[in-house]
Structures are given as structure tokens and as C-alpha cells.
Design a protein around this ligand. Structure first.
Ligand code: FES
Length: 159
């Protein structure tokens, strides 16, 4: 270590930002904050179950004839997300659910997105369930689908 570096206090040596990586994560969070609810693409309807069978914190993976769609009850709201991780194709909806922390200075910890972050079971990439946005970069995301409750109280994915 040079003489100059050894004379710095500890707080001077701690960086205040993650630099370029910080910018990328900020863009991911901005997308999450501004995301609009998903729209129907084909109008095809997939009945999942009665709403009473899917309590807050529960999930169900339904067969859509492809890789499946995960339906999650987060605080009484229902969300549907494709069951495929864009990294290497793991069954994303079998991952664990967490919070994360918002972009901040390195000495801060700001909890965010409580109970709505889905962590891929293979390598841990994280996604915001309602928007499908990957929280690791500015572009990555997973398809999300419109969810309705029908007149009988069934949770329905509208493709
Ligand atoms: S397959 Fe999901 S993080 Fe690698």
C-alpha cells in the first residue's frame, strides 16, 4: 500500500457507489416501478383454482401446454409469470420468494419489494413477480400474464 493510501481513514477507503453496476440496477428498479399491468394477447383463459385455494404466500404452477405458468398470491393479489428462467431455462416458479434491497450507497441498506422477488432455483437470478423484470440488469425479464377472478371466484389466467 502506498503512503498516501495508508494515510486515508477507513471511511475514505469505502466506495460510496457500485459504479456502472449501480446504474444498471437503478434502471431495473425504474422499470419495476413504472410497469403497467400485463395485457391479454390471445384472450385464451386458463382456470387455475378457486381463489380460496390459493392463500397469500401460496403458488400454483399450471400447465399451459408449454413450460407452465406460475400463479402467486402476494398479499391477496394474484400474479402469473412464465415458468422459465431466461438464463439457462430452469423452472423459475419453483424458486424461493424474498425481498431485496433497493439501489443505494454501499453503506446503506434499503429493503424493497418485500415478498415479491422470485429467486431462480438454479443460479439465483432474481425477478420481480408482478412485472417479470429481472433485477440483475436493465434488459432481462420474464413474461407475465393478466389474471382475473371470474364470477364463481376462480383465479383465471388470461393469455
Ligand atoms: S437458470 Fe435461472 S439463474 Fe440460471
Amino acid at each position: 500500500m502506498s503512503d498516501k493510501a495508508s494515510q486515508k481513514s477507513l471511511s475514505e477507503l469505502i466506495p460510496t457507489s457500485y459504479g456502472q453496476e449501480d446504474l444498471t440496477i437503478c434502471k431495473a428498479f425504474k422499470y419495476v416501478e413504472s410497469a403497467q399491468p400485463p395485457k391479454s394477447r390471445t384472450g385464451q383463459r386458463l382456470v387455475v383454482c378457486h381463489r380460496d385455494e390459493l392463500k397469500p404466500g401460496d403458488r400454483r404452477i399450471v400447465d399451459d401446454g408449454k413450460q407452465g405458468i406460475g400463479v402467486f398470491n402476494i398479499g391477496g393479489q394474484f400474479y402469473a409469470i412464465k415458468n422459465v428462467c431466461p438464463h439457462e431455462g430452469a423452472q423459475l416458479c419453483r424458486g424461493t420468494i424474498h425481498a431485496t434491497h433497493a439501489p443505494s450507497n454501499v453503506t446503506e441498506f434499503i429493503p424493497a419489494l418485500h415478498g415479491r422477488v422470485l429467486r431462480c432455483p438454479w443460479h439465483g437470478w432474481e425477478f420481480d413477480i408482478p412485472s417479470g423484470k429481472g433485477l440483475y440488469d436493465r434488459h432481462g425479464r420474464v413474461a407475465v400474464y393478466k389474471v382475473e377472478i371470474d364470477e364463481s371466484g376462480n383465479v383465471v389466467i388470461v393469455l
